[in-house]
Write a protein that binds this ligand. Sequence first.
Ligand code: GLU
Length: 280
Amino acid sequence: MGLAMQNCTPLVTRFAPSPNGPLHLGHALSAIIAHDLARASGGRFLLRIEDIDGPRSRAELADDFRRDLEWLGLEWDEVPAQSTRLESYAAAAEALRARGLLYRCACTRKQIEAAGAVAGSDGLIYPGTCKRNPPDPAHPAAWRLDADKAGTQTGALVWEDALAGKQAVDLSVHGDVVLMRKDLPASYHLAVTLDDAADGVTLVTRGADLFAASHVHRTLQALLGLPVPRWHHHPLLTDATGQKLSKRRGSPALSDRRESGEDGRMLAQQLRLQQLSLGT
Ligand code: GLU
């Protein structure tokens, strides 16, 4: 893979699926890219199961994921699943809270919509209701990162994407994201940033749909004194109508293709050729 040739340092990459639905071709591509970049550099490819979605996380799907990766001909080192790391998430959130960087938010999605929130890179940008009027301490609440305060503490930051180049951090595309959900001492942003640091990931490889999340992750790295990796956001596969593949739209599951007797290694080779033509 062209990109790995530019970097002789052994890379640590990872594939970090959430077991809330079966893997599809887009996941296969992501895993193959991360795997091949690590291997070409003499580094390590990690599998991390991101199972903190409560009842939506299903252990049997994680087993399917391992079978899918094996079927594609990939080899990996598995690191602990997110559900085993809740204490480290809580400790980091506490450190941020002690510095006045988090505030409680009791808003429901409906309330956020009703408050006229505008769309950001990843859902609605929180309009700041609970920042202005803190909720009753008795109400269950999430904790949000105060993006203005965070930006003041970190100053200007940059991060680097292997394909898109240097990026200036811009938290305005997200607003005040949730770092601790109402039901959990973590959120996607907090958990993934801490885990990538704990797992020694040096190249965060994932689909371009998560590109903007890296602004948040780079900010958290600065606030928490974590090492800064590089990123590789690869273009997404689309279906015949040009829509990105997704669990929600019911894109064909790898496990079905595997169980039907299809040759997974051949499929992986086809995806490699296809992504070369996408320029990744
Ligand atoms: N767990 C996330 C997902 O399945 C991916 C996280 C990441 O690659 O940063 O969409």
